[in-house]
Ligand binder design. Structure first.
Ligand SMILES: Cc1cc2nc3c(=O)[nH]c(=O)nc-3n(C[C@H](O)[C@H](O)[C@H](O)COP(=O)(O)OP(=O)(O)OC[C@H]3O[C@@H](n4cnc5c(N)ncnc54)[C@H](O)[C@@H]3O)c2cc1C
Length: 431
């Protein structure tokens, strides 16, 4: 006999901050839905590969998972501080910007209070339409697999996808995707730090990319006790500061989502380009000062241990016995440089067509969501597909960040409840 397939009103794919905020909004709402979030990782962790000891949040703690929607929720950052007995000492620090470690601990604390909300070690590997009478798609089957290879199929009426970004690997590095000597920044703490600790001789490392992650990794490496020699390769002439000034910050206000959505596609694209320096290829001002100070001190001491290679482009990559060699176009000249390790701080891509939703491509009318975060689908396709974090082009720069999470979660939760929840049933596979 085949195992019964459990049916849900909602399955969520991914359990990062976006779907965690939604899980809280669903729990705090009136009509409970039968929901489950499926997360690939074995336990909750927020960008574990970038949990650096010196990194701080780039958004105020007030923009936690709930405060903008419900400041009296037990899941606010202040409730977390209170529970941990640190609220007064946090106030004494006079900052709106906790460390990344502390915010990860806050997220983990919230997730631990919702043990039924998420099934961990469940990487979603396929989504299949359940086809009924007149070729209508009545529901979806979601297939997930554990690290050990065990597969589960569940059925759902609606789906919310919040899987974050995919590491962006520049074409020249693509053949080295699985190479031990080329890593993406998302694996820095988990894969690079243990190798630094285990290495006998100082490693020679290139950090590629002059945005916040590249700068943070560079700074972490130059302060690492293994004393690696680090080249910081940036495309531009200078590290540029991120703009977080108050008038500009208003583009991350929740009211701005509709304002940007209601513009034409051309207007939106122009707007995103104009304000890209709030989030992309820019670095926190304090960190720029620290890095500048380091290079200045190198001049004072005459020890040019680390290099900032400005206006640099990687033209070719070759595997060597140990490590890789990069051919660099640097200020009009071609340079060859050998490294034990290259770290690509080259950002992320977020395209619906690269996600698991590509399984449903024949039923999608567009890859762009409507204002309510729902993807338009063909007639006769009944399940609703909501996106979190994949709508920057239409919903603005806050979409990939933490800025509007509680209110976006509320909007999606309201839409989910707008349909009388089907009584969750357990169907047999044959049904
Ligand atoms: C290093 C770093 C620092 C950042 N700092 C800030 C900041 O200070 N302020 C800010 O506003 N934003 C920041 N961001 C932006 C970041 O995108 C958001 O903070 C937040 O992580 C978005 O949450 P999310 O849930 O949409 O995506 P994610 O946090 O990326 O979570 C997606 C989850 O989906 C899971 N998943 C993916 N595919 C599958 C699958 N097939 N099956 C099951 N699970 C899957 C992943 O394992 C992951 O846990 C930062 C980003 C990075 C990389």
């Amino acid at each position: 006999m085949t195992d019964p397939i459990e049916t849900f009103d909602l399955l969520g794919i991914g359990f990062g901050p976006s779907n965690l905020a939604l899980a809280i909004a669903l729990q705090e709402g009136a009509a409970p839905l039968k929901s489950l979030f499926l997360e690939a990782k074995p336990r909750f962790a927020w960008h574990p590969g970038m949990l650096l000891d010196t990194a701080d949040m780039q958004v105020s703690f007030v923009k936690d998972l709930v405060t903008l929607r419900n400041p009296s929720s037990p899941f606010t950052f202040l409730s977390y501080l209170h529970a941990k007995g640190r609220i007064e000492r946090f106030v004494n620090r006079k900052t709106f910007f906790p460390s990344r470690h502390e915010f990860n601990d806050y997220f983990t604390w919230v997730a631990a209070q919702l043990p039924e909300a998420c099934a961990y070690d469940q990487r979603v590997t396929a989504i299949r339409p359940v086809i009924g009478a007149e070729r209508r798609v009545e529901a979806l089957e979601v297939v997930s697999t554990t690290a050990a290879g065990a597969t589960t199929t569940r059925r759902t009426r609606d789906l919310v996808l919040a899987v974050g970004g995919q590491p962006n690997i520049p074409p020249v590095f693509v053949p080295f995707g699985q190479d031990q000597c080329v890593l993406h920044s998302s694996a820095y703490v988990t894969d690079c730090k243990p190798r630094l600790a285990a290495g006998r001789a100082p490693m020679r490392i290139a950090v590629v990319g002059g945005g916040q992650s590249g700068a943070e990794i560079f700074w972490d490496l130059v302060n690492d006790p293994s004393r690696p020699l680090v080249d910081f390769l940036i495309r531009g002439q200078a590290l540029k500061p991120s703009d977080d000034s108050p008038f500009v910050n208003e583009i991350f206000d929740s009211a701005f989502t509709s304002e940007i959505f209601n513009r034409s596609a051309v207007d939106r694209a122009g707007f995103l380009a104009d304000y890209a320096n709030t989030n992309y290829a820019v670095v926190d001002g304090d960190l720029i000062e620290q890095i500048y100070g380091l290079f200045y001190e190198q001049e004072v001491t005459g020890d040019p241990r680390h290099r900032l290679l400005r206006s640099s482009r990687v033209e070719a990559v070759q595997a060597r016995d140990k490590g890789v060699s990069l051919t660099l176009h640097h200020r009009g000249e071609t340079l060859e440089a050998q490294y034990d390790l290259v770290i690509l701080a080259t950002g992320y891509t977020r395209r619906v067509e690269d996600t698991i939703l590509s399984d449903l491509a024949p039923w999608l009318l567009s890859q762009e969501a409507e204002r309510d975060y729902q993807l338009p689908t063909v007639e006769g396709f009944r399940p609703r597909l909501f996106l979190q974090g994949l709508c920057e082009a239409t919903h603005g720069l806050s979409d990939t960040l933490l800025s509007v999470l509680p209110l976006r979660a509320e909007e999606i939760a309201t839409s989910l409840r707008a349909v009388q929840p089907s009584r969750a049933r357990v169907l047999t596979a044959a049904e």
